[in-house]
Write a protein that binds this ligand. Sequence first.
Ligand code: CA
Length: 223
Amino acid sequence: MRILIIEDEMTMNRMLSEVLKEFGYQNDVAESLADGRYYLDIRNYDLVLLDWMLPDGDGIDLIPEIKEKRPKTAVIVVSARDDKESEIAALRAGADDYIRKPFDYEILQLRIEAKLRYGGSNIIEIEDLIINPEEEKIIYKGESIELKGKPFEVLTHLAMHKDQIVSKEQLLDAIWEEPEMVTPNVIEVAINQIRQKMDKPLGITTIETVRRRGYRFCFPQKA
Ligand code: CA
């Protein structure tokens, strides 16, 4: 489970990040709308915690964009605006929930859990291939495939950006916590694992190498 925190107040976003980590959620912190858009572009989130008043605009303006790109990603607006009209405006804009500041962290956790439980999922289904990012599961023709960790995340990321060429740098940024700490050949290793553990035994091709540019998800292969 990965959560994006968009909150410009430093003490608050650090605290949120720490607490969410304790609850077992991976998370990223964005401090502005622009920052938030950057992360939303490169990573897949199960949930976004969205502050309203940000240095470069209103958080709620981002909700339609999130929902258009990733309908299954839940959005919880967290705001100091405590009037009914604001809450209604956020929900009308497409927010799944609204939490007023100051809030209790335990209640926040329960609200997040509830959204993740009922908010649907970002399951990718392409013909006979089903990729379930939340449970880290791949099913092909009813059979479960053993592919975990980074190779799984690489596959998921490419599948989400189907038909696009994704560079190694983009993959590193999207998947590795500290991209600067690893060498780009970790991507090759991951791709190789996908081919060995999944493509080869199943007799399919899911990822093609595009010389000097990166990789592309290419399942199902056109005849
Ligand atoms: Ca703010």
